[in-house]
Design a protein around this ligand. Structure first.
Ligand code: ADP
Length: 438
C-alpha cells in the first residue's frame, strides 16, 4: 500500500473512533463529561507523543546503549524502520572496518612503497615498504612536505617538471628505486616506489658473468685459431713443431672443456628444477676418491695425508665429491712442490667437518671474502697455469648452500691455508647418529 495511506488511514481511524466515543458520552452523559473525556484523551495522546519523542531523542544521542520502545500507532513503524536502519548501518560499518583492515594488511605486505599525499605533496599516509625505501616514519613525518623528506635532486626535478606519466629511477639511501607519482581523486596524489636494487645487482652479476665467461673462453680459442691458421698457411711444418702445436691446442681445448663443465655444474646447482635428493653418502669411499685425485694431480710433488674419522652423511655424493675435490685440488695447485697437504673428515663442534689444509702460497686477508665469487682469482696466471677455471670455490659455495653447510677460510700469505667445511648435524645418517650417541 502507498506509505502515505499506510500512515494516514490508521491515524484517521483512531481519530474517528475517539470522536465516536466522545459523541456517545456526550449523548449519554452530557457535554461536560464528553469535554472532560476529550481533554483527558488529548492529554494522554500528547503525553504519549512527548514520551516517544523524548525516548527518540535519547536514542539519537546514544544509539549504542539506549533502547527504543516498540511504540504505538505510527511510532511502531517509525521505530521499526529506525532499528532496521541502525542494524544496516552497523552491518555496513562492520564490512567497512573489515575491508579497511584487509586493505591495511595488503598495504603492509605490499613489497612496493605507497605514499598518499595531498595536492601540495604533504604526507598523509604511507605503508611500511615506503618507510623502508624512503626512510620515512609515518607517525613522525605525517603532515610534512614530501620534497623535504626525499632529498634527491632528480626527484625535485621530477616534481618541478611534473611529467608524472613517466616513472623516474633514482638512487636514494643506497637503493635504486623506480618512483612514480599518480594523481587521484581531486586533491590527492600517490607516490609509488619500487625497489630494484636486487634486480640491478643480479643483472650486473649476469652481465659480469657473461663478460668473464666470454673472456675466459676467448683466450684459449684465440690460441687454437692461431695455431690452425699457422697450420693452414704453412703446410710443410716439420713434425716436431706440428706436435708441439697440437699439444698446445689440446691443452687449450681441455681448458675450454673444464670451463664449460664448471659453468654447467654451477648452473645446475643454482637451478630450482634440480633440487637436492639426499641419499646416504659413503664418506670413506668419497675421501679415498678425493685423495686419489689429489695424488694424481700432485704427481708425487707433495706429501698428502688423509684422515677419515667422521660419520657418513645424507646428501649428494657427486656434489660433495665435486666440492671436496675442488678444495683438495686447490690445495695441491696452490702449494709449491715439497709442501704438504692434509685432508680430513672429522666430527666438529656442530656437525661433521671436511678440512683441506696446505702449506702453500696462502691468501692475504683482503681477498678472502671475495674468493667464492665467480672468476675471482688472487693470481690469475697461476690459476690458469694450473688449469684453474676460477669457478671452483663458487661451486663449493653452491654445493654447501644446498647441503646447509658453511665454508670458513683461514689463511696466511706464504704460510698456507685451511678451508673448513662445516656440515650441520642433521645431515648425519640416522643409523650413524645413533651409533655415535652410544
Ligand atoms: P681457480 O680455478 O682459479 O683455482 P677457485 O674458485 O677454486 O678458482 O679459487 C679462487 C681463487 O682462490 C684462486 O684463483 C686462488 O687465487 C685462491 N685459492 C683457492 N684455494 C687456494 C689455496 N688453497 N691456497 C691459495 N689460494 C687459493
Amino acid at each position: 500500500m502507498n506509505p502515505k495511506l499506510l500512515f494516514w488511514v490508521p491515524a484517521a481511524l483512531r481519530m474517528v473512533l475517539a470522536l465516536l466515543g466522545v459523541s456517545i458520552v456526550w449523548y449519554l452523559f452530557g457535554a461536560t463529561y464528553a469535554l472532560g473525556i476529550a481533554f483527558v484523551l488529548m492529554a494522554m495522546m500528547v503525553f504519549v507523543q512527548l514520551s516517544y519523542l523524548f525516548q527518540l531523542s535519547n536514542w539519537l544521542d546514544n544509539p549504542q546503549s539506549a533502547k527504543l520502545p516498540d511504540g504505538w500507532g505510527a511510532w511502531t513503524s517509525i521505530f521499526a524502520r529506525l532499528y532496521r536502519m541502525r542494524r544496516d548501518d552497523e552491518k555496513n560499518q562492520a564490512e567497512l572496518t573489515e575491508w579497511l583492515a584487509r586493505f591495511r594488511q595488503a598495504m603492509h605486505l605490499l613489497p612496493d612503497g605507497v605514499v598518499i599525499m595531498d595536492d601540495v605533496l604533504f604526507l598523509e599516509w604511507c605503508n611500511p615498504a615506503a618507510e623502508k625505501h624512503l626512510g620515512l616514519t609515518h607517525e613522525r613525518d605525517k603532515g610534512m612536505r614530501v620534497t623535504n623528506l626525499i632529498r634527491s635532486p632528480e626527484f625535485m626535478d621530477y616534481i618541478i617538471l611534473g611529467r608524472y606519466d613517466q616513472p623516474l629511477t633514482i638512487t636514494f639511501r643506497n637503493r635504486k628505486l623506480i618512483v612514480q607519482i599518480i594523481p587521484f581523486e581531486n586533491r590527492r596524489q600517490i607516490l609509488v616506489t619500487h625497489d630494484v636494487t636486487e634486480t640491478e645487482r643480479i643483472e650486473m652479476m649476469r652481465r659480469d658473468f657473461i663478460a668473464n665467461a666470454s673472456h675466459e673462453l676467448r683466450t684459449p680459442l684465440t690460441v687454437i685459431v692461431g695455431f690452425l691458421e699457422i697450420a693452414s698457411a704453412e703446410l710443410d711444418l716439420d713434425a716436431t713443431t706440428r706436435a708441439a702445436h697440437l699439444k698446445l691446442m689440446t691443452e687449450q681445448g681441455h681448458r675450454m672443456q673444464h670451463l664449460i663443465e664448471d659453468m654447467l655444474t654451477l648452473s645446475r646447482l643454482e637451478s630450482v628444477d634440480y633440487p637436492l635428493r639426499p641419499e646416504p653418502v659413503d664418506i670413506k669411499k668419497l675421501m679415498q676418491q678425493v685423495l686419489r685425485d689429489a695424488k694424481g694431480l700432485s704427481a708425487g710433488k707433495h706429501e698428502i695425508k688423509m684422515e677419515c674419522n667422521g660419520p657418513d652423511v645424507l646428501g649428494s655424493y657427486d656434489e660433495l665429491y665435486s666440492a671436496f675435490g675442488n678444495l683438495a685440488s686447490n690445495a695441491v695447485r696452490y702449494t709449491p712442490a715439497g709442501g704438504s697437504i692434509a685432508l680430513r673428515w672429522q666430527d666438529g663442534p656442530a656437525g661433521p667437518q671436511f678440512i683441506a689444509q696446505d702449506t702453500g702460497i696462502g691468501i692475504s686477508q683482503e681477498h678472502i671474502s671475495r674468493l667464492t665469487e665467480r672468476f675471482y682469482r688472487v693470481d690469475k696466471s697461476r690459476s690458469r697455469e694450473t688449469q684453474g677455471t676460477g669457478l671452483g670455490l663458487a661451486i663449493v659455495k653452491h654445493v654447501l648452500l644446498r647441503h646447509g653447510g658453511t665454508l670458513a677460510i683461514q689463511s696466511v700469505a706464504d704460510k698456507g691455508s685451511s678451508f673448513i667445511v662445516s656440515m650441520p648435524k642433521s645431515v648425519v645418517t640416522p643409523l650413524q647418529g645413533e651409533l655415535l650417541v652410544k
